[in-house]
Write a protein that binds this ligand. Structure first.
Ligand code: PGA
Length: 260
């Protein structure tokens, strides 16, 4: 495999945090802190919906990209409380996270919904970051691979090879999210390699080698370098440690050790 073809991708998922003022401040710190960052790392921040436009203004002229945390698949209409892919695009987003485990568990999102969202985003040229991951019970029962395969087949249903080249996957073991328990680099690599093999089955080797797979779940400056050193880990989707400029900037500079 040639990991050189896959640009490392560090993304901050701010979840339901930050006032607009706080979001603007953090975005500005990240913008200023990455001005000298070489362009061999892709950097993304995903604030809550209400801060997307204000943050897009702050990010003008910077290489830091903007993403949303969710969407609905219809273009417009009577869907109270939802945001459509064209609306997200208009706000300046290049990416949108879909199928995050918090949405799957608290909001009962299914793989079918995730695939519809991914399709609708691709139709307006916004790249979906499709999340999959097993809960602790499944891992302990030896069902991790079955769960991941099922989520991948369902969430990517109907996507062509061409579509897949615009998609980013994120492996986020639910037991590692916000818990301080990170999967070891070896545990994560094992699942990432499994996911890449599924991509080979579905889309062939060439596509599979070009799709980036992020790891998410308690990624911190202390563990990012070891995780990113794994052959099939191409990035990180970061919650808690993305909420402060200092730690997020250390994650972005994982190549130099992640920590000062
Ligand atoms: P965490 O969240 O880094 O706080 O564990 C990751 C995520 O949910 O994307």
């Amino acid at each position: 495999m040639n990991p050189e073809a896959r640009k490392p991708f560090i993304a901050g998922n701010w979840k339901m945090n930050m006032t607009v003022a706080e979001a603007r401040k953090l975005a500005l710190e990240i913008k200023n802190g990455t001005l000298n960052e070489s362009d061999d790392v892709e950097i993304l921040i995903c604030p809550p919906f209400g801060s997307l436009y204000p943050v897009s203004e702050v990010l003008k002229g910077s290489a830091v990209k903007l993403g949303a945390q969710n969407c609905y698949w219809e273009e417009n209409g009577a869907f109270t409380g939802e945001m459509s892919p064209p609306m997200i695009k208009e706000l300046g987003c290049d990416y949108t996270i879909v199928g995050h485990s918090e949405r799957r568990s608290y909001f009962r999102e299914t793989d079918e919904w995730v695939s519809r969202k991914a399709r609708a985003l691709l139709d307006v040229r916004v790249s979906p970051i499709v999340c999959v991951g097993e809960v602790l019970q499944d891992r302990e029962a030896g069902r991790t691979n079955d769960i991941i395969r099922g989520q991948m087949l369902g969430s990517l249903d109907g996507l062509s090879s061409e579509d897949m080249l615009q998609v980013v996957l994120a492996y986020e073991p639910v037991w590692a999210i916000g818990t301080g328990k990170t999967a070891s680099p070896e545990q994560a690599q094992e699942v990432h390699a499994f996911m890449r093999n599924i991509l080979i089955d579905l889309y062939g080797l060439d596509v599979a080698l070009r799709v980036r797979i992020q790891y998410g779940g308690s990624v911190k400056p202390e563990n990012v370098t070891a995780l990113m050193g794994q052959p099939d880990i191409d990035g990180a989707l970061v919650g808690g440690a993305s909420l402060e400029a200092a730690s997020f900037l250390k994650l972005v500079s994982f190549k130099t050790g992640g920590i000062d």
